[in-house]
Design a protein. Structure first.
Length: 247
């Protein structure tokens, strides 16, 4: 895969302080991009990662805001772009879960999961899309959905709804931006070894996976890397599942 002029390209990665987001940031750096690391609360982890990923191209910038807070997101993103230029790519990884059986689900559990996972799509991309269009150059937008968004999952009605919404929004935005040479695709991980996955969930899910193992954050990052590359310029409006064959 080639990344023409990649040293001059920056890629915003939301939820980059740990897990899949950190793996994506590391892979983006290895691919020759300069990541911009977003975090919501754990700035110390993001700053440590920025130190780790400092190269001759510079030290990754750290942006801190809640993707569910529309005004804070807009202000932080517009300020960063004004100071440093428009991003080549945006990877929407930030997300939360709050699992519960639907009859017992609280309003707060429903609202927070939808606010972060689905409204976050709007809150991050709305300030950026026209700036990417006006740059008059190719670009990449990659969203992170989930197996839950494709197939649904017990105890995750809220999460499944949000992640299914991300898929629909991704496909619609891909159509709108195609003529601008900005591709919009989705990566949908299955069971991945991160701190979000509890031991009992891992034990229960492993027998259901044809490959009989959980995935690694780096394997999700590899799919993101492919979609960011110039070689993926003719791929848009797609969902790439990284789930060991579960769907």
């Amino acid at each position: 895969m080639t990344n023409e002029l990649s040293p001059s390209r920056s890629v915003l990665v939301t939820g980059a302080s740990k897990g899949i987001g950190a793996a994506v940031a590391r892979r983006v750096t290895a691919d020759g991009f300069l990541p911009v690391l977003h975090c919501a609360t754990q700035r110390g982890l993001a700053e440590t990662l920025a130190d780790e990923l400092t190269t001759a191209r510079g030290r990754p910038r750290v942006l801190q805001f809640d993707v569910a807070d529309r005004e804070s997101a807009r202000a932080a993103l517009l300020s960063d772009v004004e100071a440093h230029g428009v991003y080549y790519g945006v990877v929407l990884n930030a997300g939360v879960s709050a699992d519960n059986a639907f009859p017992a689900m609280t309003d707060a559990e429903w609202d927070r999961v939808l606010d972060v996972n689905l409204d976050g799509f709007y809150n991050v991309l709305k300030p950026l899309v026209m700036l990417m269009v006006r740059a008059r150059r190719p670009g990449r937008i990659i969203t992170l959905s989930s197996l839950s968004g494709q197939a649904g999952n017990r105890g995750q009605v809220n999460y499944s709804a949000a992640k299914a919404g991300v898929i629909g929004a991704t496909k619609a935005l891909a159509v709108e931006l195609a003529k601008r040479r900005i591709t919009v695709n989705c990566v949908a991980p299955g069971l991945i070894e991160t701190a979000m996955v509890e031991a009992d969930v891992m034990e229960r899910m492993l027998p259901l996976i044809p490959l009989r193992r959980a995935g690694k954050p780096e394997e999700v990052a590899a799919a993101v890397s492919f979609l960011l590359a110039d070689d993926a310029a003719y791929i848009t409006r797609q969902v790439i599942a990284v789930n060991g064959g579960m769907l």
